[in-house]
Design a protein around this ligand. Structure first.
Ligand code: S3P
Length: 173
């Protein structure tokens, strides 16, 4: 049904933009495996969640492990990769994926959408005060735009609709 393409599809975007759900949907649509970078971070650091990662080695441990993972997984060419929202902080992470032909898709959500989705969520150490969160969002927005090969707006759309949009963009490339 879909044209064959041998590249990694790398989803980037702020926390709560839907990277995980869309990666799962893409994985079903394209019959490909997907990976969740945060889960690989837990495996590699011998932790169970992000709070434990931060407790063990601070944000630095997370960022260093993300670099390690991207280097390892960029060489594969048939994965859907759901990144952590902060991968844009280290240029090398997305450079590794790009160098090997990975297509970087930015799932862009409005700040209000993100806050609505993350309301009551306590799993993310960087989701603290709304003011700081907004600052982080504004700081990162141009980074996502800059690294993206494609930008998909995700506000008011269903997961499957977005996944189909991603496939369309990747196939038309
Ligand atoms: C982070 C995003 C999280 C996770 C960690 C830090 C960030 O992943 O990697 O809490 O810096 O934006 P999600 O984007 O999947 O929530």
């Amino acid at each position: 049904m879909f044209k064959e393409f041998k590249i990694n599809i790398v989803l980037i975007g702020f926390m709560g933009s839907g990277k995980t759900s869309i990666a799962q949907s893409l994985s079903k649509l394209l019959n490909r495996s997907w990976i969740e970078m945060d889960d690989l971070v837990y495996q590699k650091t011998n932790t169970r969640n992000m709070h434990e990662v931060f407790k063990k080695g601070g944000e630095l441990l997370l960022r260093e492990t993300e670099i390690e993972i991207s280097k390892e997984y960029a060489v594969k060419n048939d994965l859907i990769i759901s990144t952590g929202g902060g991968v844009v902080l280290n240029k090398i992470v997305l450079d590794y994926f790009k160098q090997k032909g990975g297509r970087i898709i930015f799932l862009q959500a409005q700040f209000t959408t993100i806050v609505k989705r993350l309301k009551g969520d306590e799993s993310r150490p960087l989701f603290t005060s709304l003011k700081d969160f907004k600052k982080l969002y504004s700081f990162r927005l141009p980074l996502y735009v800059n690294y993206a090969d494609e930008i998909i707006n995700v506000d008011f759309k269903s997961v499957d609709e977005i996944a189909l949009g991603v496939v369309g963009q990747v196939q038309n490339f």
